[in-house]
Write a protein of this length. Structure first.
Length: 319
């Protein structure tokens, strides 16, 4: 009994001192030796799991995987389903973080099976979400949609941010399948679920995807309106790669419309931004004056290039 209490005390002490990794690891290894001496399988299982957590925090991935696998073996012996679910989940997340999608999928499925046994609704919601993300990375769009929809059935157990991101990803999946009506519906719901303090980059991505989906439906006016807003947001952030992406979509829209019609719509939406600024979720993202300044900065390089060309031409004439 004394040995068992001593082992438990070392485990507890180590958990309290999680940030002191080296001290933590030494105490758990010592605890493991004691639990092995008294053949405490449950203690061994949880000690392996705690060691895996430490190695994970220390970014020693291979050792973390090794100890999670050892923990799973011991937890299976004693039938600790809840702990098994968590160990499988943690292992799956390591594989997911390292873009090992096949193993991530396998261990999320193992975790899902254990959570179903325990009717762990919150855990199931998270695992369905993670499986959706893994299938999305594998570009398996049908499975992506299936898992995200299952996660949304348990949305009461998810954060508002998680629900928002699931709807964004659903919109992307539907777009990949050419289901633009469903994509628009999902992306509009993503905006609905976005909190007032939602990340602006995430909102920009959502509005941008919605603009593309509307373009695919040939709803050019709302598409141009949203894409113009996203373009100015990225210009303000000086996010040049994203500016290029939005510009390419504008080019695609322009090829589908008469020049006069496109220019008229684009000018109308530009004037709207200059007059009112940009507002997302009751937050002003850009003022009209800021939009004017951005336009001014965009024109200056063109004028500068023209002046330099004229000067080079004059020098050429002199030669």
């Amino acid at each position: 009994m004394g040995f068992l209490l001593l082992a438990l005390n070392f485990n507890c002490l180590s958990l309290i001192l999680l940030r002191y990794y080296k001290f933590f690891k030494k105490n758990i290894i010592f605890s493991n030796k004691i639990t092995r001496q008294i053949e405490d399988i449950r203690g061994i299982a949880h000690t392996y799991n705690n060691l895996a957590l430490i190695y994970q925090e220390m970014e020693e991935t291979e050792k973390a995987i090794e100890h999670y696998l050892k923990s799973i073996v011991e937890l299976t012996k004693i039938g600790d389903s809840r702990s098994l679910a968590q160990a499988h989940n943690n292992l799956a997340l390591i594989y997911q973080q390292n873009e090992n999608w096949e193993d991530a999928y396998t261990y999320h499925q193992h975790s899902l099976n254990e959570k179903e046994k325990n009717d762990d609704q919150k855990g199931l919601a998270q695992t369905y979400k993670n499986l959706g993300m893994v299938c999305q990375a594998k570009r398996e769009w049908g499975a992506t949609i299936e898992y995200y929809q299952k996660a949304l059935q348990l949305r009461d157990h998810l954060s508002t941010s998680d629900v928002q991101k699931i709807f964004i990803n659903l919109g992307i999946a539907y777009q990949e399948l050419g289901e633009n009506d469903l994509a628009v519906d999902a992306l509009e719901k993503a905006i609905k679920y976005a909190a007032e303090d939602s990340e602006l980059d995430l909102l920009a991505q959502t509005y941008g995807n919605l603009g593309v989906a509307l373009y695919e439906k040939k709803e050019f006016r709302p598409a141009i309106r949203l894409l113009n807003q996203v373009l100015f947001y990225y210009l303000k952030q000086d996010a040049l790669e994203n500016v290029k992406k939005v510009s390419r979509v504008f080019y695609r829209i322009q090829t589908k419309m008469a020049d006069k019609e496109f220019n008229q719509l684009a000018d109308q939406e530009l004037n709207r931004i200059i007059a009112d600024g940009i507002w997302w979720k009751d937050r002003q993202i850009l003022t009209g004056d800021e939009a004017k300044e951005i336009l001014k900065q965009m024109k200056e390089p063109k004028q500068q290039r023209r002046t330099e060309s004229e000067r080079e031409a004059e020098e050429g004439e002199k030669v």
